[in-house]
Design a protein around this ligand. Structure first.
Ligand SMILES: [Zn+2]
Length: 480
């Protein structure tokens, strides 16, 4: 099967087992036979199942784009409630919260063009939180910065940016971990503040992302407490950024015209969709597994994060159909309004503070990095729980998964809970091509490989069972 070709680690770990004897017997923690039988069964069933793929197909086809706070996102919640109910989950419900609505206006393709010296259109997209241009648009001279740092260091004593368009060209480098994103993303987050403070009339950035296609990469700008952007800010596609760079390099002054009606529209309703597989012995103890239901408006949010919705839902469904229940409750949370600042995740954590069930959350994890294979098991748990995680890893080696460090997060929507002391873990996915598609019109269902998705579900089903069917605490201090 193509599965073995995709995961050479599978063959490697089988060979290692033959050479060194049964790794499980020498592991730091020993699972009982019944547990091993259960997780191996879950893995086998997951690898043969197309449920995650089918769920993601349904969401991205029947709902499509689902920008936070829009009617499309509300439709996604209705879809999720119906789907989770159909699949047989318990306690399916929506927890509502308010979100500030931002939209770009009538079209996902906004008008940006070079008007001098060589008139031609550019492909661009407003960044989340950016303002509209006045009525007929603006036209201004470009001040070109090859990096965000160059803008920060720029001496504007003579008001050199007054009335100008700031252009920032930082490039992002692809990697399996996606680690180049944070650095390249600084210009998307904060360039508007520096440009606006220096009198610029707008900001253009090279798309954050690693693609060479001509779609622009959108995403949220940083929000300041009592301040919203009053200037437009747009990303242009990488080939268009190259075009501007070439003209600037020739010594010509570039003038660009842009028109957008992006802006904030006021508070609206959003929500998190919650469903459970109620635990058999300690139903009040919660293992939370999540993904986010909202997406950007330009694609259909297949990789970000329709895939995660499919993966965690399918993993929990496989466990639900196991014939026996794990000790603890598995709570699937499909978060709303992630892309616009983890609004759903913050609302969820606040609601748990308010209802006093925060301490019941024993551990959490989110799938939100596309649909490529899981290659690493990471954790951020108390020292005493590490032998358990190491033993979990041994059982997951046939999927080509390595053991990662005990540091870092459990995914974006786990952050507010982690800040409140909840332990987290993460199944790290191969992200080498994630930023080819992420936040662009190219984030669509055809990018998902069914076999890779099935490997994710196998990993998630085993992982979730291990976390839910134990008495072990993952916290540093146990409140008795
Ligand atoms: Zn996401």
């Amino acid at each position: 099967m193509s599965f073995q070709i995709s995961f050479p680690g599978l063959l490697l770990s089988a060979a290692a087992l033959l050479l060194t004897g049964p790794v499980a017997a020498e592991g730091p923690h020993r699972f009982d036979e019944r547990t091993l039988e259960t997780v191996r069964g879950l893995s086998e069933k997951a690898l043969e199942s197309d449920l995650a793929y089918e769920i993601t197909r349904s969401l991205t086809t029947e709902v499509g784009p689902r920008l936070a706070g829009t009617a499309q996102e509300a439709r996604a919640r209705e879809w999720a409630v119906a789907k989770l109910t159909d699949l047989g989950f318990e306690n399916v419900r929506v927890e509502s919260f308010d979100v500030d609505l931002w939209t770009r206006g009538p079209s996902v393709f906004e008008e940006v063009a070079i008007v001098a010296p060589f008139p031609q259109p550019l492909y661009a997209s407003s960044l989340g939180g950016a303002a509209a241009t006045p009525g007929e648009g603006i036209e201004a001279e470009v001040v070109f910065f090859s990096s965000f740092d160059e803008l920060l260091a720029f001496d504007d004593a003579d008001d050199a940016l007054e009335g100008k368009l700031v252009f920032i060209n930082d490039r992002m480098v692809a990697s399996r971990t996606g680690e180049g994103y944070g650095w390249a993303n600084r210009k998307r987050s904060r360039a508007w503040i520096h440009a606006e403070d220096r009198g610029a009339v707008g900001v253009l950035i090279r798309s954050v992302g690693t693609s060479s296609h001509r779609f622009a990469h959108t995403g949220m700008m940083s929000r300041l407490e009592e301040r919203k952007a009053i200037i437009p800010a747009l990303a242009v596609s990488a080939p268009d950024a190259d075009q501007v760079e070439r003209i600037v390099a020739s010594g010509e002054t570039v003038r660009i015209r842009l028109q957008t009606s992006a802006g904030w529209r006021g508070p609206v309703d959003s929500g998190n969709v919650i469903a459970e597989v109620v635990g058999s012995e300690a139903p009040e103890e919660i293992v939370i597994i999540g993904a986010h239901l909202d997406s950007w408006d330009n694609g259909t949010g297949a990789l970000d994060d329709g895939a995660g919705v499919g993966i965690v839902t399918a993993a929990a469904k496989l466990i639900m159909d196991e014939g026996r229940r794990p000790r603890r409750t598995i709570r699937v949370v499909l978060f709303g309004a992630e892309e616009v600042g983890l609004i759903g995740a913050r609302a969820y954590a606040q609601a748990r503070v308010d209802d006093g069930t925060l301490a019941n959350h024993v551990i959490g994890s989110e799938s939100d990095f596309g649909a490529r294979e899981v290659w690493q098991l990471g954790s951020n748990v108390a020292e005493h729980a590490l032998p358990y995680f190491d033993a979990m890893h041994v059982q997951m080696q046939h999927l080509g998964i390595t053991r990662g460090p005990n540091e870092g997060g459990g995914g974006p929507d786990m952050m507010p809970l982690q800040l409140q002391g909840m332990p987290v873990a993460r199944l790290n996915q191969n992200g080498e091509d994630y930023f080819e598609y992420h936040h662009t019109p190219n984030d669509t269902f055809d990018k998902i490989v069914p076999e890779e998705m099935a490997q994710n579900v196998a990993a998630w089903a085993m992982f979730t069972w291990f976390l839910a069917d134990t008495e072990l605490s993952f916290r540093a201090t146990v409140a008795e």
